[in-house]
Design a protein around this ligand. Structure first.
Ligand SMILES: [Zn+2]
Length: 69
């Protein structure tokens, strides 16, 4: 007798933006400002603004580490 493993299918009720949320880079003013904007949009319930900020944070380039010391 085979039983399906139920614990594998346990769904966590997280909003999609929470899973996809990028972390702002420490010391980056642009990311920090976007993160604050994102929080404000979240409090305001503006989901599309939240995801806009997420996209911008994720796309913000940080390839040049020598700029941040
Ligand atoms: Zn940045």
């Amino acid at each position: 007798m085979t039983e399906p493993t139920r614990y594998m299918t346990a769904s966590v009720e997280l909003p999609l933006w929470l899973e996809l949320e990028p972390v702002p880079v420490d010391g980056c003013d642009v990311c920090g400002a976007l993160a604050r904007e994102r929080e404000a949009a979240r409090i305001a319930g503006d989901g599309s603004k939240v995801s806009d900020c997420n996209v911008e944070i994720r796309r913000h380039p940080h390839g040049k580490n020598e700029a941040w010391s």
